[in-house]
Design a protein around this ligand. Sequence first.
Ligand code: TMP
Length: 214
Amino acid sequence: MLGRFITFEGGEGCGKSTQASLLSAYLQNKCIKTVLTKEPGGTPEGQILRQLLVTGDKDKFDAISECLLYCADRRNHLNKVVWPEMKKGKWVISDRYADSTEAYQYYGYEKRVDFATLQGLYKIVAGDFKPDLTFILDIEPEKGMRRSFAKAQTMEVKELRFESRQIEFHHNLRQGFLEIAKRDPERCVVINADAAIEEIHRRIVETVTEKFGI
Ligand code: TMP
């Protein structure tokens, strides 16, 4: 595939949406065509799945149902946005991708989903396809949650289903993201997200410049 695939990951309120937009604008300034997208909800069908997944009672789905729904959204997103845009040579930047499933549905729920099953599902959805680069924005869950609840005040539909889980869930998924980064250091870069927006952006640009030689 011609384009690149860069993903942003992290817990609630880590600032990844802001950083994904800033990176996209930076690359466009360099005359690189980008597509800014997200999971869940990067397609019209995905928006409906997003609505189901991020609102309402925290216990309405168990970890396995959630895995399957996120996988359905991912497959559709790959088919309709990520792969076609990459084929056109665009750099696709996604606010969340598969590491979120591992962090939330596996580590968050204390490994209640079998790891081999999770990997098998990923293979069905994406085969051997992987992001070229993943930024993991790391922040203390308490701080991130405060930001997330503050942001929700301005939202018409409150997307707080995961925020309403116990803080332990968020500590587990934070450790999960760090495990993922340790396992795949070629692809993943952990960034301290408890810093100024400009400083985080500077580190991201530095990494992208080094990695892709732009
Ligand atoms: P967002 O608020 O960062 O857009 O993400 C939506 C929520 O969905 C967030 O609470 C994390 C959660 N999520 C998962 O639990 N598993 C996944 O695979 C993805 C992509 C998101």
